[in-house]
Design a protein around this ligand. Structure first.
Ligand SMILES: N[C@@H](CCC(=O)N[C@@H](CS)C(=O)NCC(=O)O)C(=O)O
Length: 207
């Protein structure tokens, strides 16, 4: 049997997929690349012409959207919220919000703090897009304000993984400390999950 292949860079959005696979107990063929592969491994474009991470190969198909890959991994497990469940629609919305609305502003922060050379750094863009993220992240605090432990369906799902990664990325810039208390507690619960810890260890590789 050929395992699905996950192309991953440590800390990149593909972490969602690695973590989801660990949570689901799904065996994958993990291939690590230096970030960004567009620069460090030109041959990566032969796998994913977009040059982006993640890339997921399965049954002759290529998936390049981290949330879609998580949705695929979650299918048939407790990580998915099925269409016949009451929280199916909020689940879908969180899955898409996780990248399009929450991760996007952080990529501007990442680019103009860490990836560009000194002369191309843009403090104004960093401040503005941090503001975008912080404003949009209030939706997480609001969702948790009724005492719920996880975002949807009364259990941990792929929505927690996908949105959790955005908060994890924000934490890399120290923004987590400025998030609401419920969001901070939820993020602490996410980081304490054995599959999260295992995924961090796995992306680091054998020590
Ligand atoms: N919407 C896509 C975005 C993929 C994406 O832009 N990935 C980033 C890494 S987190 C990337 O590959 N950036 C490097 C580049 O564009 O060269 C997803 O959710 O997977």
């Amino acid at each position: 049997m050929t395992l699905p292949v996950l192309h991953h860079c440590a800390g990149a959005r593909s972490f969602r997929c690695l973590w989801a696979a660990e949570e689901a107990g799904m065996e994958i063929d993990l291939r690590m690349w230096a970030f960004p592969p567009r620069v460090f491994a030109k041959q990566f474009k032969d796998i994913n012409p977009l040059g982006t991470i993640p890339a997921w190969e399965e049954d002759g198909h290529l998936l390049t959207e981290s949330a879609a890959i998580c949705q695929r991994i979650a299918a048939g497990t407790q990580l998915e919220v099925r269409p016949d469940e009451p929280d199916y629609l909020p689940y879908l919305n969180w899955m898409h919000r996780s990248d399009a609305t929450l991760t996007f502003p952080l990529t501007i922060v990442l680019r103009y703090t860490r990836l560009e050379p000194e002369e191309r750094k843009l403090p104004q863009a960093v401040e503005d897009y941090k503001g975008f993220f912080m404003g949009r992240a209030k939706s997480i605090e609001e969702a948790l304000s009724d005492g719920r432990e996880w975002l949807t369906a009364g259990r941990f799902t792929a929505a927690d993984i996908c949105v959790g990664y955005a908060v994890h990325l924000a934490a890399g810039f120290g923004f987590d400390k400025e998030l609401g208390p419920l969001t901070q507690d939820w993020y602490a619960r996410l980081k304490a999950r054995p599959a999260f810890v295992q995924s961090v260890a796995r992306e680091k590789g054998p020590s």
